[in-house]
Design a protein around this ligand. Structure first.
Ligand code: HQG
Length: 181
């Protein structure tokens, strides 16, 4: 597959493994998993023919490691970013002292007032690296970087999770833990 085909397939998988599994006749099991065979059959019914080899290429070649197989290789899931109700069963983890979030100016009034909220997703998404947060912000325009005092949050009892692809997740970030860079 060339790069465009990979991107198209990655978007197709994101749509169905995070947001609309029912469109392919799928239900996400605990942990967000679906049977690979059911996924491929569901896609085929919609006229999207995907081979096992192509699926493996998307999983391993994905720039953000968005998807993962289970240890047996028979199930697949999105590592984060779901909008459907799903418990990813991630264990709480200890974050780096400072985390980053990339956003845009239009979001700042709301963020100053309510802190970072999860919006349509299950968690607020944070990055350990500034440049990653920069890229996330850039999706929406001129990026604005926020630093999060994760150490203070953890001390105050907020719980963090690390997704399989290194995104830090938490329920919310109140304004007092945010600083604009
Ligand atoms: C903003 C992509 C107003 C927040 C990326 C963001 C990431 C508020 C937007 C992942 C707010 C939500 C997540 C408040 C937060 N008032 N605006 N109180 N609180 N916001 O897409 O972090 O390609 O749900 O700043 O690379 O941008 O999907 O979150 O601008 O890793 O794998 O509301 O999605 O990954 O937007 O991105 P999103 P995000 P994938």
């Amino acid at each position: 597959m060339d790069k465009n085909q990979l991107t198209r397939l990655s978007k197709f998988l994101s749509l169905h493994l995070r947001h609309q599994p029912q469109d392919l006749g799928l239900t996400l099991a605990e942990g967000g998993w679906v049977q690979v065979e059911e996924l491929l059959a569901g896609a085929a019914r919609r006229g999207v023919s995907i081979s096992r080899a192509e699926l493996e290429q998307v999983v391993t070649g994905n720039d953000k490691q968005r998807f993962a197989f289970d240890e047996t290789g028979t199930r697949i899931r999105a590592q984060q970013g779901h909008s459907v109700e799903v418990d990813l069963q991630l264990p709480p983890a200890s974050p780096p002292a400072v985390l980053f979030h990339g956003t845009v100016a239009a979001a700042l009034p709301g963020i100053h007032q309510q802190g970072l909220q999860k919006m349509q997703r299950h968690h607020v998404h944070l990055s350990a690296q500034e440049h990653t947060a920069q890229r996330v912000g850039q999706r929406r325009g001129q990026p604005i970087l926020l630093a999060i005092d994760a150490a203070a949050m953890q001390q105050a009892g907020f719980v963090f999770y690390e997704s399989g692809n290194g995104v830090w997740l938490t329920d919310q970030v109140p304004p007092q833990y945010l600083r604009q860079l």
